[in-house]
Design a protein around this ligand. Structure first.
Ligand code: F0G
Length: 459
């Protein structure tokens, strides 16, 4: 077989028009939003790479499933289908449906995390960190050193630093570590995968100390594909088989079905332990809903159940990971610094390397994200000191984040290759005038998750 382009393994069945607002409209939108791209109206954006969460296209089989949704309050048929699919994938007996990932996190941490506890993760996503801190716990990131260096080459830059994990547990004492989490793929660390071998090692450390291990499983299928294509001895296995082994190593998982559930909303908490499950279900009823729908409609349960099957299709995963690499290769070939190798769901531009003249407390990645919008109506998201830095209570400069990145997250099955070519052209045009970009100051911010609502002014 000749080597041919890896094409989108689907055809388009329903479309939505998109349009580029003119320059003056974009400028006015930025001013109105306080230079925070979360404040834009989606109609002011032409290619929206803010997130891959809930923004993908569903298949006709998912839409058909939605028509079959059973909206019974208790014991809905759609729940039992959803439960069976999740049980088959994870091997976890208890499947607790939530409206999205962070609801699963909130419930789990309310039950498990007390004041002064420490929760290690390769890298906490902002909502897991915030939910742990909300319970008075401390969220600790223990990714391998290569995972903090955008240019370091390593096939599994999402791996947990197992020695650091052991040292942390011994230092604080296992009784203060209620769970260990591993995020697959490691979103805040560049969408980087975790190897099976590393998961086995983390499991061993948890077993040695009697600590449960949880997967933050949002992008489990993309992680399984990286294992198949990068880890020794895994090439012959199906993504499903690999994913099952990943889940088999965990005592539970939190899942946002808005990513590898291929759905627009939904999530779940998967658990093995009966007692923990019953405590979590009690909280579920308090804020989400009855245990056979939780935070979802019957039709959402159907969409997620079908999505969890489709996401493990090899044609889909090959195209998905290839299309991300395609954007990465295009911008990197033009000299734009990015996190290498590219992640599964997103390309991460390295603003620290591109804008060395803007210090972290003047938010180089925010400046780059704003400029991509100004240049071509493309919306990405800052993952740097705005999202993860710490404001100084004394009013000095923020404590900086480990990296200053702009994430261009690619919604699943939504944009074509020419959309992605356009994005590359915009990124390259901005990079060519990088020296002219200026930093920002924050003029308004919330006490947590400030990146969603902060307002900025150019310096
Ligand atoms: N964990 C990870 C690794 C995530 O990436 C997200 C969401 C969550 C948990 C929370 O899930 O949004 O369904 O409540 N990430 C989105 C993003 C928002 O843009 O990366 P949620």
């Amino acid at each position: 077989m000749p080597h041919r382009t890896i094409i989108e393994p689907f055809r388009i069945h329903s479309v939505q028009a998109i349009d580029l607002p003119d320059e003056a409209t974009r400028e006015a939108a930025l001013e109105r939003a306080g230079f925070n791209l979360f404040g834009l109206h989606a109609d002011e954006v032409i290619i929206d790479l803010l997130t891959d969460s809930g923004t993908g296209a569903m298949s006709s089989a998912q839409w058909a499933g939605m028509m079959r949704g059973d909206e019974s309050y208790a014991g809905s048929r759609s729940f039992y289908r959803f439960e069976a699919v999740v049980q088959d994938l994870t091997g976890m007996a208890h499947v607790i449906p939530t409206h999205q990932g962070r609801a699963a996190e909130r419930i789990l941490f309310e039950v498990l995390v007390d004041d002064g506890d420490v929760v290690p993760n390769n890298t906490h996503f902002d909502t897991t960190r915030a939910n742990i801190e909300h319970q008075g716990g401390e969220a600790v990131d223990l990714v391998i050193p290569e995972g903090r260096d955008p240019q370091a080459d390593h096939p599994f830059k999402g791996n947990m630093d197992v020695d650091a994990l052991r040292a942390t547990i011994e230092e604080v004492g296992p009784e203060r570590v209620p769970l260990v989490m591993v995020t697959v793929t490691n979103n805040s660390g560049g969408g980087q995968p975790v190897s099976l071998r590393n998961l086995h090692e983390v499991r061993r450390v948890c077993d040695d100390h009697g600590i449960p291990l949880f997967l933050d499983a949002c992008r489990f299928a993309e992680n399984a594909w990286f294992i198949k294509t990068r880890e020794e001895g895994q090439a012959h296995r199906t993504p499903r088989d690999i994913a099952r082994e990943m889940f088999s190593l965990a005592d539970g998982c939190t899942m946002s079905a808005k990513k590898d559930g291929l759905a627009n909303i939904g999530g779940f908490l998967g658990l093995r332990d009966d007692d923990l499950a019953s405590r979590c279900r009690n909280l579920l009823i308090l804020t989400e809903g009855f245990p056979t729908y939780g935070g979802m409609a019957g039709y959402d349960l159907e969409a997620v159940a079908q999505g969890l099957v489709e996401v493990l299709d090899e044609h889909y995963l090959r195209y998905r990971i290839r299309s991300t690499a395609y954007l990465a290769e295009k911008v990197a070939a033009a000299g734009v610094p990015i996190v290498q190798p590219p992640g599964g769901h997103a390309v991460y531009l390295d603003a620290k390397a591109l804008l060395p003249h803007i210090p972290p407390h003047e938010y180089p990645a925010q400046s780059l994200a704003v400029e991509l919008y100004r240049e071509g109506g493309v919306r990405g998201v800052e993952i740097g000191t705005v999202m993860f830095g710490r404001p100084d209570p004394a009013g000095g400069p923020d404590e900086p984040a480990a990296m200053e990145l702009v994430r261009l997250a690619i919604p699943r099955r939504t944009y074509t290759q020419s959309h992605i070519d356009y994005v590359a052209e915009v990124v390259i045009a901005v990079a060519e005038r990088a020296a002219d970009l200026r930093g920002y100051v924050i003029v308004e911010q919330a006490p947590w998750l400030r990146h969603f609502t902060a307002r900025f002014e150019p310096r």
